[in-house]
Design a binder for this molecule. Structure first.
Ligand code: PHE
Length: 517
């Protein structure tokens, strides 16, 4: 079957379903699994967190993943093009998602750059004994929340390396670049991280760490914030409602089995997340053991501080520490890089299609623009605070509103929910029943809306991390405003790449209607 893309040529495809699955896992498994999940789970009820987490996976994670897959495979484009083909007015949601990808990619790259530096620092524990002041003062040279144009060389060099590598991978194309990186990277990651977890659970004190993580605090289940944490973790972690999974599945062949692949991806991602929890908390149990304190007394159990302050302290305490450090930071680099690839692919395919560019030109233009912004904001002395604020707003408000808008547009405005269900069932072995529609059409949007309002009220009343108001307005609300403005501008620009008039979704609507069940 020949397929025409917007530029008239043949649409590229993954070389196999395995290639797609690995790339989708590569996108999903990232910094979120290693540095975010363990801390979030610990803070939100420990073992009891697994319940809201699994419920979030089944009621929103997998259903919206399937929605992304269906839109991408059927309408064969990046988020703006595919959503436009689904319903003209939905193009704006696609650009909103594309803006979020752009925003996340510029700070995500900075964290990978830090991990690269720390990979190097592992050889010889260059962070010394005070890992907190090493990270904040010596390495990041962090001043206070503000705006600075002072580049930090130690961050800027590895960051340049990251962006050059990204541009090369993207320029090599979907099968030649993106797929290859994942086919090599994911097995490597599983081996490296697996070795790390095995080492970690055999350390003295590991059991205390695991008890701290898994001992359930059932009372927390009545806390709305715990449920919010579970749902936002699922979204970020599975890379859903960002348009990435739409773009990735647009490169799937038309007959590929989608829902079964989705189950594999979702299961792999959550397994990796739990594995990371086990590895990280075993290591923390070891640290507590060495320091003669309880795990609960340790500080910095989440986010950047967990990976770049607490973990180096663990590593320093260990016999054979260089290897352990290299495995940990090497895993962060690989996991992060394969996710960053997907973030930038999402943006570059959207630009390529809209402007009718060649894939190489789009890759270079998008890569260079992202790199410049990434340098300007995150390789400077104020990078840490900007990153924290932008991350919180892009994820808790940005992607949640994107998911709500997408579900409502598909089910209630375009009225294509059932068609997409029949589409998935016509190519997949795992069939979606009617239950899928109320999940994406009612449950997910309503729940996400409640959750988002709660978060917004919380930020308005309590601020965020004690940052000054002007700072929250600029980097926090400014992030959201930027995504909205970008979405409107993106939609208003006229299509220079032809939205191929000969495009016909496959299988045809008549065929699907005939299959109805
Ligand atoms: N899922 C990735 C992670 O867990 C991050 C990511 C978010 C990637 C959004 C792409 C889009 O770190």
């Amino acid at each position: 079957m020949t397929e025409t893309g917007t530029t008239g040529g043949q649409r590229q495809t993954w070389t196999s379903n395995r290639g797609f699955i690995l790339a989708a896992i590569g996108s999903a498994v990232g910094l979120g699994n290693i540095w975010r999940f363990p801390g979030v789970a610990y803070d939100s009820g420990g073992g009891a967190f697994l319940i809201p987490y699994l419920i979030a996976l089944v009621t929103a994670g997998l259903p919206i993943l399937f929605l992304d897959y269906a839109i991408g495979q059927r309408f064969r484009g990046s988020a703006p093009l595919a959503l436009r083909r689904l319903w003209r007015k939905a193009e704006v949601i696609g650009w909103f998602q594309t803006m979020l990808l752009f925003i996340i990619s510029v700070y995500y790259a900075a964290v990978i750059a830090w991990a690269l530096s720390y990979f190097y620092f592992s050889f010889g524990n260059k962070w010394g004994s005070d890992t907190a002041s090493f990270f904040v003062d010596d390495y990041l040279q962090a001043s206070e929340p503000g705006i600075s144009s002072e580049l930090v060389a130690g961050v800027a060099w590895p960051l340049a390396l990251v962006w050059v590598a990204i541009i090369i991978v993207l320029a090599l194309g979907i099968a030649g670049g993106v797929e290859k990186v994942n086919v090599i990277g994911i097995p490597l990651l599983v081996l490296g991280f697996g070795a790390l977890v095995i080492r970690a659970v055999t350390l003295p004190g590991a059991a205390d760490g695991l008890n701290a993580l898994f001992t359930p605090d059932w009372g927390e289940l009545g806390n709305l914030n715990v449920w919010i944490a579970a749902y936002s973790q699922i979204f970020f972690s599975m890379s859903i409602a960002f348009g990435i999974m739409i773009a990735y599945s647009s490169f799937q062949r038309r007959r590929s089995n989608m829902t079964s692949s989705g189950l594999v991806v979702g299961f792999a991602n959550s397994s990796f997340e739990i594995l990371a929890g086990i590895g990280v908390f075993s290591a923390l149990g070891f640290l507590a053991h060495q320091e003669g304190v309880g795990v609960a007394d340790l500080e910095g159990l989440t986010g950047p501080i967990l990976s770049f302050v607490t973990f180096p302290a663990v590593i320093s305490e260990m016999p054979g520490s260089a290897l352990f450090g290299a495995l940990f930071f090497g895993s962060l680099v690989i996991a992060g890089f394969t996710s960053l690839v997907s973030l930038v692919v999402g943006v570059s395919v959207a630009i390529q299609e809209k402007f009718g560019l060649s894939q190489r030109v789009a890759a270079v233009v998008v890569g260079v623009v992202c790199a410049v912004v990434s340098f300007g904001l995150f390789a400077t002395t104020t990078g840490l605070f900007a990153l924290d604020t932008v991350d919180m707003f892009a994820n808790n408000i940005g992607v949640v509103s994107s998911a709500i808008a997408m579900c409502v547009a598909v089910v209630w405005f375009a009225r294509k929910g059932d068609l997409l269900r029949l589409h998935l069932n016509s190519v997949s072995t795992f069939e979606l029943g009617k239950w899928w529609l109320p999940l994406i059409g009612v449950f997910a949007p309503v729940f996400l809306l409640v959750m988002m309002i709660q978060k917004i009220v919380d930020v308005i009343n309590n601020g965020y991390e004690g940052y000054p108001d002007w700072y929250i307005n600029l980097f926090g609300w400014g992030t959201v405003a930027l995504a909205v403005i970008g979405a409107i501008v993106g939609t208003a620009i006229s299509w220079r790449g032809r939205d191929d008039p000969a495009f016909r979704p496959w299988p045809s609507v008549d065929f699907l209607e005939g299959q109805k069940r």
